[in-house]
Design a protein around this ligand. Structure first.
Ligand code: ADP
Ligand code: MG
Length: 606
């Protein structure tokens, strides 16, 4: 029930009007539905003379007996004057009532559609907003495919299983209550007896519902795994071809797919158990009433004419459908709740990296950025140990060292991709965690080894992160990045789509687009993390000259593989296993004859 309240929080207050409209139409539909068939029975009794005609009318009052009495009175009048014509009238009345019932049902659904689509749209938007805000750390624990599955398959499951069922959860109890009221007014005793099956039904429904939720959770998790495999495959299709690994990839996928299929079989079998169980229970209840009530009506021990007994059974049978729908809806909701739990795992994931209240604004800095005794780990071993480093405005720091020595981590801490555990990073003497997150991040422009590009036009990719960039500015940035020439050679120039992750471009071209992006953003501090190391020497020369132009009069951190690119840096730090083991200018370090000298000699003489 708590979960239903939670789901309802997505419906109210935003869709209150829709929900109320839907609800009113459903009520109307139920009333007319009840009216239609219950009309026919007493009429048939009067028409075929098994019931005594009513000759007196009672003063109108709003209770069942008066209504019934006066209805009988009219029916008796009609059938006495012209039985055939009155049969036609009653039939017409039934048709009109049924028409109204179905028409209102449609109107109810008409208003339900925007509610259900609206709610899932809101959920999807919420998930997406959350995804783009979650810290990078979250994604090292979750698989991409699984996250995609949560935003699509699970949301759809919630739409199908939960939202549609919500209407039933509200509508059916009402029609059931109305019917039960009608039954009670006919015979309290018979009604009570006929509801003896309720506890059994309730128990079974509870058991099945719980197991459905468990099974559904497992199936949705598996679906997430499947999507992850597909996602990885799409990203690595070249490698799969290159290593002739199609068979291996296939069998890996097929095994998981098989597992998923098995889970779904179990799920459907459990789900399909629901209908027979409720059908059997309902029919048993009717038979029970027939036997119990019938014998009493026949022996006359129950004070009830046979027509009323039939009417009772017909009204009772009208409860069966909504009761079945209700238990079905309950199962669906249980099944959908498993998906809702998965969605919640994203929605309620902790945004560890958040802004303080009253965070300070920062548009630029005057003096320096300082790492003070910084130690950091991703969870197990220390990746950085006691780093002390100062980047003065207008200077260039270079970081060198083996791969895995912590260079990227050191710079990833600046825009707070990860937060520190020990030590502090200060800009102009104030901890970076005290600044506004967006403004802090805007200080840095990062060009990585992997250029992160999106499936969009060249212009859009360069202007990414800058709002309302003029075409002229984009071209200017591309020129600085040595990208203008090759862009002009593409089919649509700046409007050429570059494919998934820039797949239609070469590595060097992608890199130069990333640089153009950084140029356009014009950050206070430029971070180049092995921006050229993936390139061949010709592209590197182009990128390198683009970079030197970019670096003029700028504060920068360069992580470089090839030492030739950093000889002019103001300070070079050699990292080894998370520690700075040497620092100084190029010449100083060569004279020291230490680790840097070794790296240097290795590169120049091999
Ligand atoms: P470098 O850039 O010098 O090659 P990194 O800073 O990328 O080194 O990595 C330093 C260490 O941190 C490595 O041992 C690496 O395995 C580990 N590491 C890097 N990123 C993560 C991550 N997201 N989660 C866990 N460990 C990581
Ligand atoms: Mg790195």
């Amino acid at each position: 029930m708590r979960k239903i309240a939670y789901i309802l929080s997505f419906v109210f207050p935003k869709y209150t009007r829709r929900a109320l409209t839907n609800f009113s139409f459903v009520l109307l539909s139920t009333v007319f539905g009840l009216g239609s068939f219950t009309m026919v029975i007493p009429f048939l009794g009067i028409l075929f003379k098994s019931t005594e005609p009513v000759t007196e009318m009672l003063p109108w009052e709003l209770n069942f007996d008066t209504l019934k009495h006066n209805l009988y009175y009219y029916l008796s009048e009609w059938s006495a004057s012209d039985p055939v014509k009155s049969l036609a009238y009653v039939s017409l009345l039934v048709i009109i009532l049924v028409f109204l019932k179905t028409a209102f049902l449609y109107l109810a659904k008409y208003h339900l559609a925007p509610l259900r689509t609206g709610v899932v749209r809101d959920i999807r938007n919420k998930i997406y907003q959350k995804i783009v805000r979650l810290p990078l750390g979250f994604f090292s624990h979750e698989r991409k495919g699984d996250i995609i599955s949560r935003t699509t398959a699970d949301v759809q499951e919630v739409e199908i299983s939960v939202i549609g069922s919500l209407a039933i959860i509200f509508k059916d109890p009402i029609s059931i209550l109305l019917s039960v009221g009608l039954l009670l007014s006919m015979s309290v005793k018979l009604t009570l007896v006929s509801f003896l099956v309720l506890p059994v039904a309730g128990y079974l429904i509870g058991v099945i519902g719980k197991s459905l939720r468990r099974k559904s959770a497992r199936a949705q998790n598996k679906l997430g795994e499947l999507l992850s495999i597909i996602e990885e495959t799409l990203g690595g299709i070249r490698i799969i071809h290159a290593f002739n690994a199609e068979k291996r990839a296939e069998s890996r996928f097929e095994a998981q797919n098989e597992h998923y299929t098995g889970l779904m079989n179990k799920l459907w079998r459990r789900r399909d158990l629901a209908v027979p169980v409720s059908e059997f229970l309902a029919t048993s209840a009717i038979v029970f009433i027939l036997v119990y009530g019938g014998t009493r009506v026949l022996t006359g021990s129950l004070d009830m004419p046979p027509e009323d007994f039939f009417a009772f059974i017909i009204v009772f049978s009208q409860i069966i459908q909504p009761a079945k729908d209700l238990s079905n809806a309950w199962y669906s909701i249980q099944k959908g709740m498993a998906s809702m739990d998965r969605i919640d795992k994203i929605l309620y994931a902790e945004e560890k990296i958040s802004e303080k209240e009253n965070a300070l604004p920062i548009k630029g800095f005057d003096k320096q950025i300082e790492w003070k005794d910084v130690s950091f780990s991703y969870g197990n071993d220390w990746v950085l140990k006691n780093i002390n480093l100062t980047l003065t405005k207008g200077k260039v720091i270079a970081l060198v060292g083996q791969s895995g020595s912590g260079k990227s981590t050191l710079v990833d801490l600046l825009p707070r991709f990860y937060d520190l555990e020990q030590g502090a990073i200060e800009i102009d003497g104030i901890d970076i965690r005290d600044y506004r997150l967006h403004e802090l991040r805007a200080l840095f422009g990062i060009v990585n080894q992997e250029s992160i590009l999106f499936n969009d036009s060249i212009a859009e990719n360069i202007a990414f992160g800058v709002e309302h960039a003029e075409r002229e500015e984009i071209i200017q940035a591309a020129k600085i990045a040595n990208a203008h020439e090759f862009i002009l050679e593409t089919p649509d120039g700046y409007d050429t789509n570059i494919g998934d992750r820039g797949g239609k471009l070469s590595g060097g071209q992608r890199q130069r687009l990333s640089i153009a992006r950084a140029v356009l953003a014009n950050p206070q501090v430029l971070i180049l993390d092995e921006a050229t190391s993936a390139l061949d020497s010709e592209s590197e020369r182009l990128v390198q000259s683009a970079l030197s132009r970019l670096m003029e009069n700028r504060t920068a951190i360069i992580i470089a593989h090839r030492l030739s690119t950093i000889v002019n840096a103001d300070e070079i730090c050699v990292l080894h296993e998370g520690e700075i083991i040497e620092r100084g200018t190029h010449d100083e370090l060569l004279q020291k004859n230490g680790a840097y000298k070794k790296l240097h000699d290795f590169q120049y003489f091999s």
